[in-house]
Design a protein around this ligand. Structure first.
Ligand SMILES: [Zn+2]
Length: 272
């Protein structure tokens, strides 16, 4: 399937960007892969998550490596303790570096970060959940949201967009949005309980799941897109990676493919 994301490969790393974000020349951004880096199995090798039981020094070296390829100072990264909730946090200059080197200093209990401050790099971490990137080129402002099934159901992606409107005056119809690699509907089997929840809150719901012999397969990337359209984003401004992390387990960490014991990719974005 066609992807609106682009894979960049260098000698030391490989990561994805959204070309339409690059075109604005307003941000540095990227989504990491598992290639390169220092971590040992089961975190091989560019694990960027500090909370998964990996050697901390390796993770910090990995963060430095990935941020160097994005021309971002890794010590400025702002990270949060992600809890599969729907809280959106407005990041200010005093938050710079929180969670960059230590998980204990990360912002508590939030799954979405937004800011209109330059040189303040936001970061969120993933293994199968959906990364959502935001760029309002007008005000300008940026954001990131982490959406597993719970966050997707709570429409955290739409809430992030609406919070940007409230906090910075961003217009949803002007914002560029990228929906990154996550577990795809090809690999994401869920039970009736979850499907019934989605039936309650999503329309047209047939667009986001299909039945298998005994269960259902759910398309989290598409569900997030539906919620964003409902919040006023325009179809032509939403860029889909159409990449499944479980199918491409050689390139990405996958919680489901690896039985829960694995590393994390990062989404990073910074206004210049
Ligand atoms: Zn798949």
């Amino acid at each position: 399937m066609k992807s609106d994301f682009r894979l960049w490969e260098t000698e030391t790393s490989a990561y994805l960007t959204i070309p339409r974000f690059d075109d604005t020349d307003l941000v540095q951004h990227g989504f990491s892969t598992r290639l390169g880096g220092y971590s040992q199995p089961p975190f091989q090798s560019l694990n960027l998550g500090l909370h998964v039981g990996d050697d901390k020094e390796s993770v910090v070296k990995n963060r430095r490596l990935f941020c160097e390829s994005l021309k971002i100072n890794w010590q400025d990264l702002v990270a949060a303790e992600q809890v599969h909730g729907d809280a959106v946090y407005i990041v200010s200059a005093e938050d710079k570096g929180k969670g960059a080197a230590n998980y204990v200093t990360a912002l508590s209990a939030t799954d979405a970060l937004i800011t209109n401050q330059p040189y303040l790099p936001l970061s969120t971490y993933y293994a199968d959940c959906v990364p959502i990137f935001y760029l309002d080129p007008e005000t300008p402002a940026i954001g990131l949201a982490h959406a597993g099934w719970k966050g997707t159901l709570a429409k955290i992606g739409a809430k992030t967009l609406l919070k940007m409107a409230e906090a910075f005056g961003s217009r949803p119809d002007k914002c560029l949005i990228g929906i990154g690699p996550s577990i795809g509907s090809c690999c994401y089997e869920v039970d009736e309980f979850i499907i019934n929840k989605f039936k309650e809150y999503f329309w047209p719901v047939e667009q986001i799941f299909y039945p298998t012999s005994s269960k259902w397969k759910l398309n989290l990337q598409e569900a997030n897109k539906l919620a964003l359209l409902e919040a006023g984003a325009l179809n032509e401004n939403i860029f889909m990676s159409n990449i499944c992390t479980r199918c491409q387990n050689d390139l990405f960490f996958s919680y489901r493919a690896e039985g829960g014991k694995t590393g994390r990719m990062a989404a990073v974005i910074m206004l210049k």
